[in-house]
Write a protein that binds this ligand. Structure first.
Ligand code: COA
Length: 321
């Protein structure tokens, strides 16, 4: 695992100078205290490159060892092509395939499950799985955008995935419900309606996230425990056997509701939302990478990764670290 966050720290107080919000409101509702924003000139692919180089280094792989790239992001550098090929070139790789995944907060878990399936099928041996976001350029730093602008941050995480003898990735569960697509989305640029994008649509906030916060919250607290139970059951494990849970970092209140419903102690549940906000596809690999670095996740631990987000999509992976 490897992760990378931009250096620039943006506090709730900083945001309260740009829009009508407060440190107290943000902390109470979300647990977020600060987040990281990129400086001008840094792209989502740049963050991904830094995280990938750390992961490659820790795995003892050279860039030539990678057979395939899976890149999860909702904030790509370009409308097309996707960030996968940009990362391949920036890392100085050969002409390996690169696939971009668009499932937002569940992007890393979907990508991990995809990597597992490719490796089990024998199609690839070594896959670089990346989740990265630059949200800061797409948020509306105004009163109209305050309900979402305070939630998100920039960052990237990466994993080197290869076959192992014995246990590794044990089970995955991937779900979606498109009936909720508009409860959390960015409408433009999109070709579902005309025009591609207009000044009026930008003014109306169509290029920034729009969210039905209560619907997201309600569904998240239901789907997290459900999907965690599903992967545990698939792999023949009980919740009591779980050593560590890495939930997508969307909101400390969601994490707390899931943790207490599962009866897990705080030290067994990853939480870095106060420092980084919601980094969407970056959230789980950053949290897992930090937990490994801090010794919270040790060799042989039973670890569950679980996410819920736009789509709606929800997903979990169970693994033996
Ligand atoms: N600062 C201050 N006030 C704000 C604000 C901000 N940044 N954003 C919204 N408000 C205001 C609202 O306008 C509303 O004012 P009103 O009562 O005068 O209309 C008030 O705060 C309450 O808004 P509400 O939306 O009811 O708050 P909430 O208790 O539902 O909390 C969220 C809002 C977003 C924190 C909460 O719904 C949530 O966490 N949802 C899940 C979001 C999420 O995790 N998204 C990512 C999923 S991957």
């Amino acid at each position: 695992m490897g992760h990378h966050l931009p250096d620039r720290v943006v506090t709730n107080h900083d945001l309260s100078r740009l829009m009508d919000t407060s440190d107290e409101w943000i902390r109470e509702r979300t647990g977020i205290v600060e987040r990281r924003f990129v400086d001008e000139g840094t792209s989502c692919t740049d963050l991904a490159e830094a995280a990938s180089r750390k992961a490659l280094d820790r795995a003892g792989w050279s860039v030539d060892d990678v057979d395939f790239i899976l890149f999860a992001t909702l904030s790509p550098d370009l409308y097309f092509p996707g960030n996968g090929v940009l990362l391949q070139t920036q890392l100085g790789m050969g002409h390996v395939g690169a696939l971009d995944l668009r499932t937002q907060c569940t992007g890393f878990v979907y990508a991990l499950a995809t990597a597992d399936a490719y490796i089990r099928s024998g199609m690839y041996r070594r896959i670089l799985v990346v989740g990265a976001e630059v949200h800061s350029r797409g948020l509306r730093m105004t009163n109209e955008g305050r309900d979402t602008a305070v939630l998100f941050g920039d960052g990237a995480g990466a994993a080197c995935v290869e076959a192992v003898d014995g246990e590794g990735l044990l089970a995955h569960a991937l779900h979606g419900d498109g009936a909720h697509a508009l409860d959390l989305c960015i409408r433009k640029p999109g070709l579902g309606s005309s025009p591609f994008i207009s000044p009026e649509q930008i003014e109306a906030g169509d290029t920034a996230p729009s969210m039905n916060g209560r619907e997201v919250f309600k569904n998240a607290v239901r789907r997290f425990p459900e999907v965690i139970a599903e992967v545990l059951e698939k792999a023949g494990h009980t919740p009591e056997e779980l050593d560590f849970l890495v939930p997508h970092q969307a909101n400390a209140r969601i994490t707390e509701a899931v943790r207490s419903r599962m009866g897990m102690p705080e030290e067994k549940v990853a939480s870095n939302i106060h420092r980084y906000g919601n980094t969407t596809a970056g959230s789980i690999p950053i949290a897992l990478s930090e937990a490994v670095e801090a010794g919270q996740v040790k060799r042989g631990d039973l670890v569950c990764l679980a996410a819920f987000g736009a789509g709606f999509t929800w997903a979990a992976s169970l693994l033996r670290w």
